[in-house]
Design a protein around this ligand. Sequence first.
Ligand code: PA5
Length: 440
Amino acid sequence: MSISVSTTQSGITAEAFEKIEKKLIQAHQKLYDATGQGNDFLGWVNWPVEYDKHEFIKIRDVADKIRSTCEVFLVIGIGGSYLGSKAAIDALNGNFFNELDSKSPRIYFVGNNLSAQYLQDILHLIEKKDICVNVISKSGTTTEPAVAFRIIKQFMKNKYGKQGAASRIFATTDRSKGALKKMSDFEGYETFQISDDIGGRYSVITAVGLLPMAVAGIDIEKFMSGVADGFAEYKEASILKNEAFKYAAYRNILYQNEKKIEILVNYEPSMIFLSEWWKQLFGESEGKEGRGIFPASVNFTADLHSMGQYIQEGERHIFETVIQIKKSQTDLVLPYDEKDLDGLNYIAGKSISYINEKALQGTSFAHVDGGVPNCLIEIDEMNAFNLGKLMYFFMISCGISGYLLGVNPFNQPGVEAYKKNMFALLGKEGFDDLKKTLLF
Ligand code: PA5
């Protein structure tokens, strides 16, 4: 993996770097010696080498059992409890994995919204199938997955009976507290633990991400080797040797130069959810106390026909971070056509990946020219090892970025505000206070 940034109009100069160097080294150090804010949520930093190997074997065994007994695997969770595995499954197995991979169960994600339509459609889809469920919630009390799980649990009990349902439900949650833990003990579900010191958006490298990935047939050992490779590489506070350190530096300099929005760019539809995972990671970690880069994403070339105009000529408060996969997992060659009615013979014989690469290069030149700094992350190919390393790369740079910004990258106090109002409106608690605030 290599990372570079265009210097055109970006303000990334040796002087700019020197100015933040000391703070950057301190921010990096806070992650490793656990002296910063939120230091009780740093379990993920050493997790690549310290993870529970027994639990890892259990994940693989349970995944094998699920793969051999179920046609459908439902993953119930929201935010950090589903985005990482969804991102990994799409990126590694492709967009149409459910339809194309006859050896794996179809995997559907629920509990990440409150849409009756979505849930009803899933129930119709799975009606006649053999099902296993992985309900994932660290707190065990999050409304969206809890609501979906109550519906699915009833469906499972009607289909398989109480005991049959229990043997097909797997819970990933806190080791000792929360409603989901209590329910799992009561109903007898097999459980996987989320360490107290690992927050949701940093949990893709635990059972939260690994069980669904293993059920999808992903080699989680290779994924964790990639994570461990990142662990070894990103320990050193060096802009020359540590790409995560470098990325955090670039982002911070760009932010100080009034580039308040970072757009993560992919050229593979299978990477759309990698961007969604990345947005949660950086958005929830940095966006607090009136500070933080707004993380956005576009999917090219599709969005060149919707967002391209703004990026080229709109307000100049954006920079792009492009992920380029150098070698496509598969390829196709554009055939020659004698009549050439579509005028494409000038690229006949070229591969689609080659054309995609030229689109990437042409777009990056144009955007840099239009005043949008461009940070390029190059990856040789998309595989489990490289994805593990990439995800850990983003996690480390996110921790450094948050500390550099002066916020606690491991809490999310702002997420509570909507919940408070929703609970009041649903009659759980606090309705009178809300009435006073809204004056109705
Ligand atoms: O990063 C986080 O902590 C959050 O985004 C959580 O992942 C999300 O809110 C889901 O929480 P839980 O796993 O407790 O249901």
